[in-house]
Design a protein around this ligand. Structure first.
Ligand SMILES: NC(=O)c1ccc[n+]([C@@H]2O[C@H](COP(=O)([O-])OP(=O)(O)OC[C@H]3O[C@@H](n4cnc5c(N)ncnc54)[C@H](O)[C@@H]3O)[C@@H](O)[C@H]2O)c1
Length: 445
């Protein structure tokens, strides 16, 4: 193909007008994300960790020397066009909540105060049954769950109108809900809608927000491991209303490390006998995860990763007998600055054992904030892209999630490097550029 020649690009509507980002849960991640965007807009911070802001994409051959920034390659919303809103069970403004979360320095937050103080959470849909260890005053009341849906839908419409937005995206940055398997009420859209009228106890708050968003044709991202948009009827609704979905559970910290290291062991055919991960963290997320129900949701999300990367069925001698343990310990003195330890027992040539220790002194919300930004910008792009807007799950965004959503019958791709290739090839594909296979034989003709 001649240099710069386009294949068959899909139609992508331009990112005209304002993009409203509706955040469920204005806690540590959300306020670090929002404050960070404003700091970047004011020129007092750098969007490090965000592919959409600083990442590039290679196009064509290595000799073509075409490597634009992703934001110049596909039509993403610009930061100046973003407005924020959200819901929380506490009445704290984004400024007060960010001060409480104590992720960002107080000096920086004071500089952003006029902006952050104006972001006041709308009353939340909350049910103690799903998040046991916190309670707050800013909660909606309704005659049944269908009424709560209507209230959230009105919030969405009012926000859009008031802020003169042309598009919206909703992202869940709320607490992790208790572990839940789909029940009868989730079997179909009809069953769910009846359940809303009957206030069925098996309908969790996140399902009310997501259903309201999808009904309003607003894309929805799931930053926690909640069941929400895994439900088939939600996926159907997403397709029908051209409101793409992505999830679930931001891939930060220990799981990020796991999906960087494990593919390396597998690529080199090194065996693994055990992986013990433990960490201490002291933010509200850590507190919520003290509850066994919420922890189970998180544990499921963290444990599946190794199996799916290492494929023990294909390599029983290397990965057929792994002891994998994940612990989270609430330890207030550290706040959001988590420390995660991994002890990894591997084995090599003739079965000789070796050990790797990882001590990651990370900052949870600092790692999560750029993911939230990329996710909302890419979901908005998907909603404007003919070929992506009506397919529901955006698997190409697996890169950002601990438990990537995939079509029924597929296993998720957890390997960070495959995920990165998938994401970039999707961008090349929609823009009509050749996919990059890394074959490279043509350089030796
Ligand atoms: N920080 C990370 O690296 C990371 C990684 C993966 C997933 N997550 C997930 O992201 C979510 C947010 O994390 P965080 O550290 O900001 O937690 P956080 O506790 O600081 O914030 C969560 C906020 O959600 C609010 N909330 C709870 N239920 C709500 C509801 N029904 N409606 C509206 N608001 C509600 C809480 O009041 C709180 O302010 C958690 O579910 C966490 O598990 C975080």
């Amino acid at each position: 193909m001649a240099k710069g020649q386009k294949l068959n690009p899909t139609q992508i509507a331009p990112a005209k007008g304002k993009l409203g980002i509706l955040v469920v849960g204005l806690g540590a991640v959300a306020t670090t994300f929002i404050a960070g965007v404003e700091a970047v807009r004011k020129g007092i911070g750098e969007p490090i960790g965000s592919l959409t802001q600083i990442g590039t994409i290679r196009l064509g051959k290595r000799t073509d020397k075409r490597t634009p920034f992703i934001k110049d390659f596909v039509p993403l919303a610009e930061l100046k066009d973003i407005v924020f809103g959200g819901w929380d069970i506490f009445t704290d403004s984004a400024y007060e909540s960010a001060m409480n979360a104590a992720v960002l320095e107080k000096d920086l937050l004071r500089k952003l105060k006029p902006f952050l103080d104006k972001i006041k959470p709308m009353p939340a849909v909350f049910d103690h049954k799903y998040v046991k260890l916190i309670s707050g005053p800013n909660v909606k009341k309704g005659k049944n769950k269908a009424d709560l849906v209507e209230q959230v839908r009105k919030d969405i419409r009012d926000f859009k109108k008031k802020n003169n937005c042309s598009r919206l995206v909703m992202i869940w940055c709320g607490s992790t809900e208790s572990f839940q398997k789909p029940g009868k009420v989730h079997a179909s859209l009809e069953a769910f809608e009846k359940g809303l009228k009957d206030s069925d106890p098996n309908i969790a708050p996140s399902q009310i927000y997501a259903y309201a968003a999808l009904q309003e044709c607003v894309p929805y991202a799931n930053g926690a491991p909640n069941l929400t948009v895994d439900l088939p009827f939600m996926q159907e609704l997403s397709k029908k209303n051209n409101a793409p979905i992505a999830g679930k559970d931001f891939k930060t910290g220990q799981t990020l490390m796991k999906t960087i290291l494990a593919p390396g062991f597998k690529a080199r055919m090194l065996g693994l006998s055990g992986w013990f991960s433990t960490n201490i963290l002291g933010n509200r997320d850590g507190e919520v995860l003290e509850d066994p129900g919420s922890f189970k949701t998180k544990e499921e999300s963290k444990l599946s990763v190794l199996d799916e990367i290492l494929q023990p069925k294909l390599y029983p001698n290397l990965y057929g007998d792994i002891f994998h343990k994940v612990r989270i310990n609430y330890y207030p003195p550290r706040g959001d600055n988590k420390e995660g330890w991994d002890n990894i027992d591997i084995f090599g040539w003739l079965g000789y054992p070796m050990q790797i220790k990882v001590d990651f002194l990370c900052r949870d919300s600092i790692l999560a904030a750029p993911l939230a930004l990329d996710i909302v910008l890419f979901l908005d792009l998907a909603a404007r892209t003919e070929e992506l807007k009506n397919i529901g799950i955006q698997e190409w965004m697996s890169f950002y999630f601990k438990s990537p959503m995939v079509a029924k019958g597929l296993y998720p791709e957890h390997d960070l490097f495959i995920q990165s290739m998938k994401l970039k090839n999707t961008l090349r594909h929609i823009a009509g550029e050749e996919l990059i296979t890394h074959l490279g034989l043509e350089y030796y003709d």
